[in-house]
Design a protein around this ligand. Structure first.
Ligand code: NAP
Length: 385
């Protein structure tokens, strides 16, 4: 398609960064007609993620940003397909859809009124779900799949063969930060694929929920002796000569002092430790610039035991796995939601009188560390969906 359908405006509003640690700005972008393998979507909902804060306050991988070269925010969209390219697709005009996209890409970033995205980034909304719920899912459910498969190297066959049991079904998988958006999806995916020794670390108020989602045991990171409690639990399960006792760790937070330091006491030779990047040396605050690091090997050097495999998770490259590219968003995610295998993160709707105000209000909640066991979602457009 080379021209837009007549009812689609040629330009639309988007939320952008024009300089680090400055208020977000509203900008005007062209609406792009879809190429043969793309969909044009009217966006009505989106979700905020800590990455927005890392970009806005930390200037993370922003490039040469300015008022004339703004960085468009948003890692997810939810809306309605209004036009399709000429190729055969799994969605049709009029379908309600959602997806995980690359922020900073002006055609597809989620904080704008229209996105034009490749159809492999599009999931059809399953029956019984609303867009408000669905936008809480794709970014971090994709992260969970990518981390388990590419960083931990564990199997996630699709479809799951009848009677299939993973070869590492009983290995300990420690999910530190399990009440984060990423953590809640990790626990659910691991349970569904038959990994049955998942230990979850989160505030105590989330333990019941995490056990429902599939955690075998839960630990409270706020307790002074949390590490000893975890090590004690594992020691009861294993003979002393089985090493490593914790072969797999996912650090869903990547905080130098809050998560990585305690993990140096748990990981041992042979442990794979997958860390959500960036490593946060200093968290952003209203009066404090954050300090972020994309090289995980610089996190506490010399303090890890020999022989640990430290991996920095970078989900934006997930489509290098061709199977995930063609199946994850078009097929697997909608199926898991429809079958109620995956429960969307609890949503907290961020209010505000304009698109810009809602984006800023969500950013403030992230800056204030006010997100716990939930996902921030908000309306991009006021129309009903
Ligand atoms: N590189 C990548 O591919 C990638 C992908 C996705 C996310 N990420 C990054 O991963 C991080 C998490 O993202 P998210 O969206 O999942 O975050 P989130 O949901 O906003 O995280 C909030 C949660 O963090 C937990 N938390 C904070 N400090 C903790 C600690 N010391 N120990 C255990 N839990 C702690 C809190 O747990 P309680 O409520 O239990 O206190 C809270 O529920 C962000 O920095 C994000 O940018 C990276």
């Amino acid at each position: 398609m080379t021209t837009l359908p007549p009812f689609i405006p040629p330009t639309h509003a988007a939320v952008a960064i024009t300089a680090p640690r400055q208020p977000l700005q509203l900008t005007t972008l062209p609406t792009h007609p879809p190429l043969p393998s793309e969909a044009l979507i009217r966006v009505t909902w989106t979700a905020s993620t800590p990455l927005n804060l890392h970009r806005a306050d930390g200037g993370l991988l922003l490039g040469d940003v300015s008022a004339t070269n703004p960085f468009i925010l948003g890692s997810s969209f939810g809306g309605t397909v209004v036009a399709l390219g000429s190729e055969l697709s799994h969605v049709r005009v009029g379908d309600k859809v959602f997806g995980f996209v690359q922020d900073g890409e002006p055609k597809e970033a989620g904080f704008q009124e229209y996105v034009t995205v490749p159809v492999w980034r599009v999931s059809k909304l399953p029956r019984g779900l609303r867009l408000k719920q669905a936008v809480a899912v794709p970014t971090n459910l994709v992260t969970a799949f990518h981390t388990i498969r590419e960083d931990l190297g564990l199997e996630l066959p699709w479809p799951i063969p009848q009677g299939w049991v993973p070869s590492r079904a009983d290995d300990v998988i420690l999910v530190w930060g399990a009440a984060s958006s990423v953590g809640m999806y990790l626990v659910q995916v691991l349970r569904h694929w038959g990994y049955r020794n998942v230990l979850a670390v989160a505030s105590e108020r989330h333990h019941r929920m995490l056990k429902e989602l599939g955690a075998g045991a839960c630990f409270d990171y706020r307790r002074e002796n949390a590490v000893e409690e975890i090590l004690g639990h594992i020691a009861k399960q294993h003979d002393a000569d089985v090493l490593p006792k914790v072969p797999y760790i996912v650090d869903c937070i990547g905080s130098k002092e809050g998560t990585l330091r305690p993990l140096t006491k748990i990981a041992e030779k042979g442990t794979k430790v997958a860390v959500m990047l960036p490593v946060i040396n200093v968290h952003a605050a209203r009066d404090r610039e954050p300090d972020l690091e994309m090289d995980v090997s610089k996190a506490l050097p010399g303090e890890w035991k020999e022989g640990i495999e430290l991996k920095g998770v970078r989900t934006h490259g997930y489509a290098k796995n061709e199977f995930f590219k063609s199946h994850l968003q078009p097929e697997i995610i909608p199926a898991l939601l429809e079958q109620e295998v995956i429960r969307p993160n609890k949503q907290r709707v961020v209010e505000g009188s304009t698109l810009l105000e809602r984006a800023e209000n969500a950013l403030s909640l992230l800056r204030d560390n006010a997100v716990s066991g939930e996902k921030l979602v908000w309306r991009v457009a006021d129309e009903e969906d």
